[in-house]
Design a protein around this ligand. Sequence first.
Ligand code: TRP
Length: 330
Amino acid sequence: MGEKKRILTGDRTTGKLHLGHYVGSLSQRVALQDEYDTFILLADVQALTTHFEKPELINSSIYDVAMDNLSVGLDPNKVTIFQQSQIKAIAELTVFYSMFVSVNVLRHNPTIKTEAANYGYSDMTYGFLGYPVSQSADITFCNADLVPVGEDQLPHMELTRKIVRRFNDLYGETLKEPTAKLSSCSRLMGLDGNAKMGKSLGNAIYLADDAKTVLDKVKQAVTDKNRINLKDPGNPEICMVQKYHKVFNEAEHGNICDMCRSASIGCVACKKNLAEKLNNMLDPFRERRAYYENHTSEVKEIIMAGSEKANKIGEETVRRVKDAMHVSID
Ligand code: TRP
């Protein structure tokens, strides 16, 4: 039996993670943790690209995001959870890769464009424009084979693959080319009808939300506006609650759609049912989270040990990269 292949993925530490992160990436990490040698990055440097004016939020989110990952069932004895800012190789590789990535390529990156528009940037910082280069360093420093991500990250994956090919072309076979892995639901819409669930969009259901908060948020969901009375037949096609039943309550989904069309279930009952399913899923996460919230020193140990391990791997990669580029004194 050969060595396990490696996964690298991660999240910006700009707040707690929500259901969109769960269906887009976290659930896959859990499913794949036995099969792959899994590395989870707490992207506190990338968080600075948009939140450099909120360093305290970034700092406290390091714990929150680590606990989100642990609470959904990532086993700290199997996976490596580490902090981006502590990994020297990521900073070094970012500088080297930036020599052969053109500014125009970065400016045309669709995710950069969308994010810049969302944040209202008229004049982007160098760090923000260049974060996909740094993300390529995140992925390549540990020779990752597979990167489970949501679809908004695909342009960054393309760039990473291009950087690897270009590097290997220029300096000889050195870096490993990674593959993106999309989950079956790589984008979760907001219950408010927005195309995406996002913390900056104000429509997020957090993994750390309690049961009552989840129920309250589900009650606010946009349904078929033409269905005014209980006896009016509904159109599930245009109802956000239906979309969530499809993702989180697949077994009952077809039946619920039929009952909606025949007016044999009302929106209140339908929402209650969804909130119950969500809460059933979230309950074990809440339990694990409560444990880690009472044992934050354990969380710190996990991150420090993970960062140490990641640094060792990174040092080796930087050594090979520098050799290949003749960045040395001969
Ligand atoms: N850009 C990712 C996000 O916003 C976070 C991230 C940083 C990441 N480095 C990564 C994801 C490396 C995958 C691989 O969610």
